[in-house]
Design a protein. Structure first.
Length: 156
C-alpha cells in the first residue's frame, strides 16, 4: 500500500479534492546527482498534484488527510503506460521485418505499432478510470482545520 499525506483543498458534494506535494525521496542519498531517479525527482520536486476522491471519513476543507493507493494498481498502470506501447512497437517491427519488407516499411510499421499501443493504453485508462481498485482512498484525518483541536483523528 502506498501512503501519501495531503490537504483537502475543495469539497464538491460527497467528493473532495486533495492536494499532495511531491517530495524528494532520495535527497539524503550521495548518488542523487548521478542517479536517474534523483534527477527526475529534482525536476518534479515541489509540484502539487490535486486528486479527486470520495469523502468517506467526513474531512473538511483544510484538513490534513492520509491517502492509500494499492501498490498493485500502481504497478499495473505503470506496466500498461510504459511497457505496452513499446512491446506493440517491437512486435510490429518484428512482424514487418519477418515478412521481408524494406527497412523504411519496417520503421513505419513500428511507428504504427507504437501509436496502436498508445491507443490501447488510452482505452485501458478510460476503462479503468473509475474502477474501485485504482482509486485512491482517504483513510484518516491527521490534523483538523479547527484551531483548538489538533489531535489526530483516525477513521472517524
Amino acid at each position: 500500500m502506498l501512503i501519501e499525506t495531503g490537504i483537502v483543498s475543495a469539497i464538491q458534494g460527497n467528493n473532495v479534492s486533495v492536494s499532495t506535494q511531491n517530495q524528494l525521496a532520495c535527497s539524503s542519498c550521495k548518488a542523487v546527482d548521478s542517479c536517474g531517479n534523483g534527477i527526475l525527482e529534482k525536476f518534479f520536486a515541489g509540484k502539487v498534484f490535486v486528486t479527486e476522491m470520495q469523502n468517506l471519513i467526513g474531512a473538511r476543507m483544510g484538513d490534513r488527510v492520509t491517502i492509500h493507493i494499492p501498490k498493485s494498481s500502481v504497478t499495473k498502470a505503470a506496466l500498461v503506460v510504459y511497457i505496452l506501447p513499446l512491446v506493440v512497437m517491437i512486435l510490429a517491427a518484428f512482424a514487418a521485418s519477418s515478412i521481408g519488407v524494406s527497412e523504411n516499411w519496417t520503421i513505419l510499421s513500428s511507428l504504427i505499432g507504437l501509436l496502436v499501443g498508445l491507443f490501447v493504453t488510452k482505452y485501458y485508462n478510460h476503462k479503468t478510470l473509475n474502477r474501485e481498485s485504482f482509486l485512491p482512498k482517504m483513510v484518516s484525518i491527521i490534523d483538523t482545520n479547527d484551531k483548538g483541536n489538533r489531535i489526530p483523528v483516525i477513521n472517524r
